[in-house]
Design a protein around this ligand. Structure first.
Ligand code: BG6
Length: 465
C-alpha cells in the first residue's frame, strides 16, 4: 500500500541516551541509503546550537557503529537544533517556524513517558500536530489503566493511523523471520499445535546489570521493561493464527487476537528475582523490590494451544546475553529403539540474538551395533551484519512512510497489559540471585512439569544442552 511520505523529522530528546545510542545511527543509515531527504530537527532542554548537535551526532556514531563520512555529509547539513523547555509554548512556536512549509511532519518522542502528554499538548497548541505523525517509545503506560489514559491523550490529538508505538523488537530481522518462517513454509503448520507441541520457552538473557539506568529501571522492572512488550510480541508471532491476507492490519489483527486469548497471569505462575548488588546501583532504592528477573508460565485459551504452556524468562546479570526460543515437540508415540530416549527428542530452536539460528533438534542413530541414538541439530545460521537494516532504521523509515505493520496497535498494547496486570508490583515474592547465575532456583519449579529451562549458550555453534 502506498502512503504519503513524511517531509520533516522532529525528534524530541535529541540530547538523550536513546538518541545517542539508537537514533543517530539509524539516521546515518537512512542517509546512507538516500532515504533521508528531509530536514531533521532535534529538540531538547539544553541550550545548544545546531553545530553542537552535529558534533554530538558524530560522537554518537563514533561510539555506536562508526562514522560513514559520505553518509554523515548527507545527514549533518539536515540537522538543526531547537533548545527549550517542553512545558513552554515558545519551544513549540520555534518548532512551528523551523518546520516551514513541511506538510507531513513526523514527531518522534524519544523522551520519558511522563513527558508524552506535555509534548503532545504543546504540538497541538502550536499547530505542529497538523497532518503530523507521532512516534512513541515504550513503555506505553505502566499498567492497563495508565495505558488507556495515555491513549486517550494521544487519540484526542492524533488519529490512530498517525500513531506509531515503537517496540524495537519488531524491527529486528530474526523476529520478523519468525513470522516469515512460520507462514512461508508448509512443513510447520500441520504440527504447530497442541497435538504435536509440548511447550514453548522464550528466554531473554542479558549478562549485564542495569548500569546507568537505575532510575528508569526502578519505574519498570523486568516485567514492564521486556515481558509485557518484547517477549509477548515474540510469543504472539509464534502462536498467532495465519493472517488472513497480506494487508498491514491482518498481521496485527492476528497477533492481537492471540494476545487476547492469553489468560491473565496468576500469582502462582510467576517467579520474580533480583540480582545481588542491584540495590547499590545509582538511582535504585536501598530497599527496592523491583525485579531484575522474571519467569512466567502463560496459557492460551484457543483450540490450537489449549494445554500448551508458554514459558517466558527474562533477566539481567545472567550468564550470557542471548534471546532464544525453544519449541519442544511431544515425544514419538512409542519408543521403538532406544530405552534412554529423552522426553523431548525433537524441538525447534530459534536463536534471535546475538547471532541468528534456526535449528531442528532430532535424534539419529549412533554408528555401531546397537540401535542407540544421539541428538543432533539441522541448522540454518546467519551472522548479522552487512547491509542489514538496524531495527530503528527500519522502524523510522516505516513510520515516515505511514506503514504501521511493525508497530504496536493500541488494542494489542491493552491486551498485553491485561495479561501482566495481576502480577505487577509486589504481587509476588522477590527472590535474590547471584549475578552470573540463571536466576533464582524457584524458577526451576515453575517449569518442572515440562522439564527444564533451556539455557542459551555462548558459542553460536553450540547445540541444545
Ligand atoms: C530495551 C530494554 O527495551 O531492550 C532494555 O529497556 C533491554 O532493558 C533492551 O536491555 C534489549 O534490547 P536489545 O535490542 O539489546 O536486545
Amino acid at each position: 500500500m502506498a502512503y504519503d511520505v513524511s517531509d520533516a523529522l522532529v525528534f524530541f530528546g535529541a540530547t538523550g541516551d536513546l538518541a545517542y545510542k539508537q537514533v543517530f545511527p539509524a539516521l546515518q543509515a537512512l542517509a546512507k541509503r538516500g532515504h533521508l531527504n528531509m530536514p531533521v530537527i532535534g529538540v531538547a532542554g539544553r541550550s545548544w546550537t545546531s553545530e553542537q548537535l552535529r558534533d554530538h551526532a558524530r560522537q554518537s556514531l563514533q561510539e555506536h557503529g562508526g562514522v560513514d563520512e559520505a553518509a554523515f555529509a548527507q545527514l549533518a547539513p539536515r540537522l538543526t537544533y531547537i533548545g527549550g523547555d517542553y512545558h513552554a509554548a515558545e519551544t513549540y512556536q520555534k518548532l512551528r517556524q523551523a518546520l516551514g512549509d513541511a506538510k507531513r511532519p513526523l514527531h518522534y518522542l524519544a523522551i520519558p513517558p511522563s513527558l508524552f502528554a506535555t509534548v503532545v499538548e504543546g504540538l497541538q497548541q502550536s499547530g505542529c500536530d497538523q497532518n503530523a505523525r507521532v512516534v512513541l517509545e515504550k513503555p506505553f503506560g505502566r499498567d492497563l489503566e495508565s495505558a488507556q489514559e495515555l491513549n486517550k491523550i494521544l487519540t484526542s490529538v492524533f488519529p490512530e493511523d498517525a500513531i506509531f508505538r515503537i517496540d524495537h523488537y519488531l524491527g529486528k530481522e530474526p523476529v520478523q523471520n519468525l513470522l516469515y518462517f512460520r507462514f512461508a513454509n508448509s512443513f510447520l503448520e500441520p504440527i504447530w499445535n497442541r497435538e504435536y507441541i509440548d511447550s514453548i520457552q522464550i528466554t531473554m538473557a542479558e549478562n549485564f546489570g542495569v548500569e546507568d539506568r537505575g532510575k528508569f529501571y526502578e519505574e519498570a522492572g523486568a516485567i514492564r521493561d521486556v515481558v509485557e512488550n518484547h517477549l509477548l510480541q515474540v510469543a504472539a508471532l509464534l502462536t498467532m493464527e495465519p493472517p488472513a491476507r497480506g494487508a498491514p492490519d491482518a498481521i496485527r489483527d492476528a497477533k492481537t487476537q492471540v494476545v487476547k486469548a492469553m489468560q491473565p497471569l496468576s500469582i502462582a505462575n510467576v517467579v520474580r528475582g533480583q540480582y545481588q548488588g542491584y540495590r547499590q546501583t545509582p538511582g535504585v532504592a536501598p530497599d527496592s523490590t523491583v525485579e531484575t528477573f522474571a519467569a512466567v508460565k502463560l496459557r492460551i485459551d484457543s483450540r490450537r494451544w489449549e494445554g500448551v504452556p508458554i514459558y517466558i524468562r527474562a533477566g539481567k546479570c545472567l550468564p550470557v546475553t542471548s534471546t532464544e526460543v525453544l519449541v519442544e515437540l511431544k515425544r514419538p508415540p512409542r519408543v521403538v529403539f532406544d530405552a534412554t530416549e529423552p522426553e523431548h527428542a525433537n524441538y525447534y530452536r530459534f536463536r534471535l540474538s546475538p547471532d541468528v539460528t534456526i535449528a531442528l533438534g532430532a535424534r539419529v542413530k549412533q554408528p555401531g551395533e546397537a540401535m542407540q541414538g544421539e541428538p543432533t541439530e539441522l541448522i540454518a545460521r546467519h551472522i548479522p551484519g552487512g547491509d542489514e537494516m538496524l531495527p530503528y532504521e527500519r522502524l523510522l523509515s516505516d513510520a515516515m512512510h505511514g506503514d504501521q505493520t511493525l508497530f504496536a496497535r493500541e488494542d494489542m498494547v491493552e491486551a498485553a497489559w491485561s495479561v501482566v496486570d495481576p502480577i505487577l508490583g509486589n504481587a509476588t515474592p522477590l527472590h535474590e540471585y547471584a549475578p552470573g547465575t540463571w536466576g533464582p532456583p524457584q524458577a526451576n519449579a515453575l517449569i518442572a512439569g515440562n522439564g527444564v529451562w533451556h539455557n542459551p549458550q555462548v558459542d553460536p555453534l553450540a547445540s541444545k544442552q
